[in-house]
Design a protein around this ligand. Structure first.
Ligand code: AMP
Ligand code: FES
Ligand code: ZN
Ligand code: ZN
Length: 314
């Protein structure tokens, strides 16, 4: 297989784009496409102060690398969840995020959940009813909260995450088979900021297949954590990803066309009514001041207050 641009040996063949590229042209193609998506979905401009949520995985570190190469002003944010297990998951992912920041002379903000909230994610999950014993629910709630609070308190214009097409399509599939129209109305490459305190969020990699971001990270020599979170095993999202991979095998390009058709349908107003309902008025949490739809305390404060009081009783 030869590179379409120069005829040298190709390192990647993207059947869905009918495009094969050599190393040099692939390492140019990813930033060019990223810039195209940033403009197409009006994610942010060249002067924006960007905070990149990095997990130590291939997608978020590759994204940070690409934005830095494109000349954007970026700061990283790593949230220490205290998930260790056999693979030393959190410790390793923190180390890799810190190493990337040091090598590229970039600033990285570290927030340690145990230090900040009084327990690690696995400890908290045992002490709360949330998520039926699985840590993913309290973990997701905590990550979303910390990302918004840090970005807002420090005055960033936009928070970006490394979600790729496979992530987005798995979520889209889940929301479609349950017809979760409220979630569908909010899904997309950009979530606008709100005047009541939700920061703007963007996913510049939402149109790249997972194998494309993995190939980029490998070819750039970015060291990232290969292990998945130990609690991801058996997750519904992984099951959906496997199903979608089977369809993609027989129909290359299916994932991308599913996602793009959804965005077109959304753009043409299919979910407008739901979007209006989803924009329900937010109020300030009485404890932390962060925006919430709950009348009194936000879900983060309620959950973590309960964790701390149960921990003190135990
Ligand atoms: P996940 O929900 O693990 O698939 O991660 C999706 C995105 O969320 C990643 O690409 C990161 O941008 C961000 N993220 C996940 N875990 C963390 C973390 N511990 N700290 C900061 N950002 C994270
Ligand atoms: Fe949060 Fe797995 S439970 S990353
Ligand atoms: Zn080439
Ligand atoms: Zn709160």
């Amino acid at each position: 297989m030869k590179c379409r641009k120069c005829g040298e040996k190709a390192v990647i063949n993207m059947r869905q784009h009918k495009l094969a590229l050599c190393r040099t042209h692939y390492l140019d193609w990813i930033p060019e496409q990223t810039q195209r998506f940033i403009e197409k979905y009006q994610m942010f401009g060249k002067d924006a102060r960007i905070i990149v949520a990095v997990s130590g995985g291939k997608d978020s570190l590759a994204l940070w690398d690409v934005l830095h190469r494109l000349g954007y002003q970026t700061t990283g944010l790593y949230i220490g969840l205290g998930i260790n297990g056999d693979t030393d998951y959190s410790a390793k992912s923190q180390y890799l995020s810190e190493s990337f920041a040091v090598e590229n002379e970039l600033e990285l903000i570290l927030v340690d959940v145990a230090e900040e909230a009084g327990a690690t994610i696995p400890e908290a999950s045992k002490l709360t009813q949330r998520g039926k014993g699985k840590p993913c629910s309290v973990c997701g709630l905590t990550k979303r909260y910390v990302m918004n609070r840090v970005a807002q308190e420090r005055g960033y214009d936009v928070l970006v995450t490394g979600h790729n097409l496979d992530d987005e399509v798995a979520v889209l599939f889940g929301n479609t088979i349950t017809w979760a129209v409220g979630y569908l109305a909010r899904q997309g490459p950009v979530l606008e900021e709100t005047s009541d305190g939700l920061i703007r969020k963007a996913k510049p990699f939402c149109r790249f297949y997972e194998r494309e971001t993995a190939a980029y990270a490998l070819l750039r020599g970015i060291e990232y954590i290969y292990a998945e979170c130990p609690y991801a095993e058996g997750a519904t999202s992984i099951y959906y990803k496997e199903l979608l991979n089977q369809i993609e095998d027989g129909r290359p390009g299916m994932k991308l066309s599913f996602y793009l058709s959804f965005l077109r349908a959304k753009n043409s107003g299919l979910f407008d009514q739901e979007s209006t309902i989803a924009k329900s008025k937010l109020v300030k949490c009485r404890t932390c001041g962060q925006p919430t739809t709950a009348p009194d305390q936000c879900a983060y404060c309620r959950t973590w207050d309960a964790v701390r009081s149960r921990r003190d009783v135990a």
